[in-house]
Ligand binder design. Structure first.
Ligand code: ADP
Ligand code: MG
Length: 256
């Protein structure tokens, strides 16, 4: 059965989508069967997987509104080596449309259960908010992966996120746990980043992944070629870090 992980951080531009896309491709490279779910109306994870979001016949929107199954709506990312449940602007409306419906926070969970036997990992790229879309992600997941930049305000937002995860765990999804914090866009030459990194380790201990993702321009260039960075330039430092991270995650999951 698939392990379902959400990539969450309510801040924008912290590296969620880059993490989801490259982890998905990294896991695929190591032989894992992966489904990636794009839960952000911006559709960046969809585009970064080489799928044109404007051309999607069906998307995660249709799945949330229960007008399509995951099996019907998923497409193959040939570049990434994984399946994708894509997203586009239409998803922005789902938030409003779901509010009046029953089980509004459990829609994705129900839909994913039907395909859980076909995958080793399901990775969900969440939008930059703690919204009903993110809640659908958290209710579907066994674990949360939090990418973060080692900057001054990084720790502040983290307590809101940890509280949300605690509430979801207490009230909606007993399986949910924080798998780990991933340091991304890391630049070891910057003293502050090293300090925050040490603070993170002091505070969260082994919940901080050993792998560190460096700031690397190849990772930023890859989406414009419709490819995950690990495929676009496998020998780049960023790509190698994400493949190492995929391996670390598999080890951690095996020991859970
Ligand atoms: P989010 O999904 O949290 O909004 P993104 O993954 O889209 O964040 O990243 C924000 C921006 O930073 C993007 O332009 C992306 O290409 C760039 N980026 C992300 N990770 C790295 C990295 N390790 N090195 C360089 N640029 C990165
Ligand atoms: Mg994103």
């Amino acid at each position: 059965m698939a392990r379902v992980f959400c990539v969450v951080n309510q801040k924008g531009g912290v590296g969620k989508t880059t993490t989801t896309v490259n982890l998905a491709a990294g896991l695929a490279l190591t032989g894992q069967r992966v489904l990636m779910v794009d839960l952000d109306p911006q559709g960046n994870a969809t585009m970064g997987s080489g799928i044109d979001k404007r051309a999607l016949a069906l998307s995660v929107y249709d799945v949330l509104l229960e007008s399509a199954s995951v099996a019907e709506a998923r497409v193959r990312s040939e570049k990434g080596g994984y399946d994708l449940l894509g997203a586009n602007r239409e998803l922005a409306g789902a938030e409003v449309e779901l509010v009046g419906l029953e089980r509004r926070d459990q829609r994705l969970r129900g839909a994913l259960q039907a395909v859980a036997g076909e995958y080793d990992f399901v990775l969900i790229d969440c939008p930059p908010s703690l919204s009903l879309l993110t809640l659908n992600g958290l209710c579907s997941a066994h674990g949360v992966i939090v990418p973060m930049q080692c900057e001054y305000f990084a720790l502040e937002g983290l307590s809101d996120l940890v509280n949300t995860i605690k509430q979801v765990h207490a009230n909606l999804n007993r399986e949910l746990q924080v798998i780990g914090l991933l340091r991304v866009m890391f630049d070891p030459r910057i003293t502050l980043q090293n300090q925050v990194s040490e603070q993170l380790k002091a505070h969260f201990g082994d919940k901080v992944f050993d792998t560190v993702i460096p700031r690397n321009v190849r990772l930023a260039e890859a989406p414009s070629y419709g490819q995950p960075g690990v495929v676009f330039d496998p020998s780049s430092k960023g790509a190698m870090a994400f493949v190492a991270f995929a391996r670390e995650l598999v080890r951690r999951v095996d020991s859970l």
